[in-house]
Design a protein around this ligand. Structure first.
Ligand SMILES: O=P(O)(O)OC[C@H]1O[C@H](OP(=O)(O)OP(=O)(O)O)[C@H](O)[C@@H]1O
Ligand code: HPA
Ligand SMILES: [Mg+2]
Length: 180
């Protein structure tokens, strides 16, 4: 374990199993629906690539880059689109894949946007749900794990753009980001 990590929350094996569980469920729910699976960059990239490999059905993928945290551990409150989708969502069954729902601002913004573009259906699959910090009324349809109110990194999630390449999810030691 890296010295900046206080403890491991989910091991590589836990992450593999959760992608299998959710992928299996999604394969049933989206059979014959040709979903457009949207990866919310950058955090969801590792989860998304593992998840779609567990979905044994026809599907398409696309990417949207949105950011609200900058280099800190607290949401700026403002969601910015850095890269939009290449595909039209009009009348498509859309599945948004996220790494974490925290305040809910990112997803609330995305849901609103995709609704105005008239998707046929929009559902959310998130690896982690941090309910304690929610300020917007959003609920994920598929959830990997509930997590406590602590700042987590690894498997796509960053602090100041680092730690995304850890193969597990861990709690970052608060002294790494306090007084910054
Ligand atoms: O529910 P919220 O409070 O909106 O937080 C969740 C979002 O914040 C993080 O992304 P971030 O904006 O840090 O960009 P990144 O994915 O590129 O790291 C995370 O990956 C989610 O997308
Ligand atoms: O706990 C977190 N870790 C990393 N990025 C995040 N974005 C929202 N919450 C988190
Ligand atoms: Mg993100």
């Amino acid at each position: 374990m890296k010295p900046d990590i206080e403890r491991v929350l989910f091991s590589e094996e836990d992450l593999h199993k959760v992608a299998q569980r959710l992928g299996k469920q999604l394969s049933v729910d989206y059979a014959d629906k040709n979903p457009l699976v949207i990866c919310v960059l950058k955090g969801a990239i590792l989860f998304m690539t593992d998840l779609v490999r567990e979905m044994d059905i026809p599907l398409e993928i696309d990417f949207m880059d949105v950011s609200s945290y900058g280099d800190g551990t607290v949401s700026s409150g403002e969601v910015r689109i850095l890269k939009d989708l290449d595909t039209s969502v009009f009348q498509r069954n859309v599945l948004i894949v996220e790494d974490i729902v925290d305040t809910g601002r990112t997803l609330s913004y995305l849901m609103k946007l995709l609704k105005t573009r008239e998707a046929k259906s929009i559902k959310i699959c998130t690896l982690m749900d941090k309910q304690d910090r929610r300020v917007m009324n959003v609920k994920a349809d598929y959830i990997g794990f509930e997590v406590p109110n602590e700042f987590v990194v690894g498997y796509g999630l960053d602090y100041a753009q680092h730690y995304r390449n850890l193969p597990y999810i861990g709690v970052l030691k608060p002294e790494i980001y306090e007084n910054k």
